[in-house]
Design a protein around this ligand. Structure first.
Ligand SMILES: Nc1nc(=O)c2c([nH]1)NC[C@@H]1CN(c3ccc(C(=O)N[C@@H](CCC(=O)O)C(=O)O)cc3)CN21
Ligand SMILES: CC(C)C(=O)C(=O)O
Ligand SMILES: [Mg+2]
Length: 273
């Protein structure tokens, strides 16, 4: 038997150690087959609560439940071998307080095999992040544009547009790092501010719609693969157009079925004589 490429999964300590060494690579995954395809190319896979919009067709991430995140988290762990796996804590599963957050997060780790959770919020989540990390749950923070706040913002609005917002995001970054997070996602934030925050933060800053100078980048896989067309935010670069490929394949299949060209006899089972 040949030796495995990596004998263990990337750990949160490995991710922390990459700051200042090389950019950290991350993508979302919701299913085992997609996780298997992405696993060799990323440092960590995120089961994002964006799956509510991308897979389940909701207009926001708010209806996503903890049970749904756990089902998809377990699938991604089964489909991957070397990446760190991080699961988003869904809306309502942690905002009530640190005990609720621990109850939810410990279920995620125990029932999925993932190594860490991500939760949205800065200063207001400091106490919760500390409570979790001190009790065995590594936490990835998420500040800037936090989609679970959509009803407070009144839309998905880019953050850090004025001095007050900028000061708040800087305070959030400090609070999350101070509370013991192993890194944080910085989303939808003005580029110069995102660059400053990355330079100041003692832990990896993973950007999405943030800055090329962030310590790492993350995208929703379906966005960068061209599999999600409901909206295409400015932060997205299309690395493939798989949506067009799916349409082409479905059209070819439909045509062959109607013309009785598919299935061919080679796709059928013939009795031996
Ligand atoms: N498929 C997908 N990709 C994502 O990046 C993503 C999700 N879903 N779901 C959860 C959140 C929602 N996100 C979003 C959604 C919309 C915009 C958007 O429309 N942005 C505008 C700017 C809005 C403004 O500042 O006024 C843009 O032009 O990009 C951005 C992020 C990011 N997350
Ligand atoms: C876009 C990433 C950071 C996320 O939180 C998600 O996919 O839910
Ligand atoms: Mg999310």
């Amino acid at each position: 038997m040949s030796a495995p490429v990596r004998s263990r999964r990337t750990s949160v300590a490995d991710i922390k150690a990459l700051k200042g060494v090389r950019p950290i690579v991350s993508l979302t995954a919701y299913t085992a087959p997609m996780a298997a395809l992405l696993d060799p190319h990323v440092d960590f896979l995120l089961i994002g609560d964006s799956l509510g919009m991308v897979v389940y067709g909701f207009e926001t991430t708010l209806p996503v439940t903890l049970d749904l995140m756990i089902a998809h988290g377990a699938a991604v762990v089964r489909g991957s071998t070397t990446s760190l796996v991080v699961v988003d804590m869904p809306f309502g599963s942690y905002q009530e307080g640190r005990e609720q957050a621990f109850r939810s997060a410990s279920r995620v780790l125990a029932e999925t095999g993932a190594q860490a959770v991500k939760l949205e919020g800065g200063e207001e989540m400091g106490e919760t992040i500390r409570f979790l990390t001190e009790r065995g749950v590594p936490v990835l923070g998420h500040i800037g544009l936090t989609p679970q706040m959509v009803n407070v913002y009144g839309g998905y609005k880019t953050q850090g547009r004025n001095q007050f917002q900028a000061a708040k995001i800087k305070a959030d970054a400090r609070a999350v790092a101070e509370a013991g997070a192993f890194g944080f996602v910085l989303e939808g934030t003005m580029e110069p501010l995102a660059r400053d925050i990355t330079a100041e933060a003692p832990i990896p800053v993973i950007g999405i719609g943030a800055s090329p100078q962030c310590d790492g980048q993350i995208l929703v896989s379906e966005d960068m693969l061209g599999l999600y067309n409901e909206f295409i935010p400015r932060h997205v670069k299309r690395f493939a157009d798989l949506g067009a490929e799916v349409s082409k394949a479905a059209a070819a299949y439909a045509e062959e079925v109607k013309a009785r060209r598919f299935p061919g006899l080679e796709h059928t089972f013939q009795p031996k004589v």
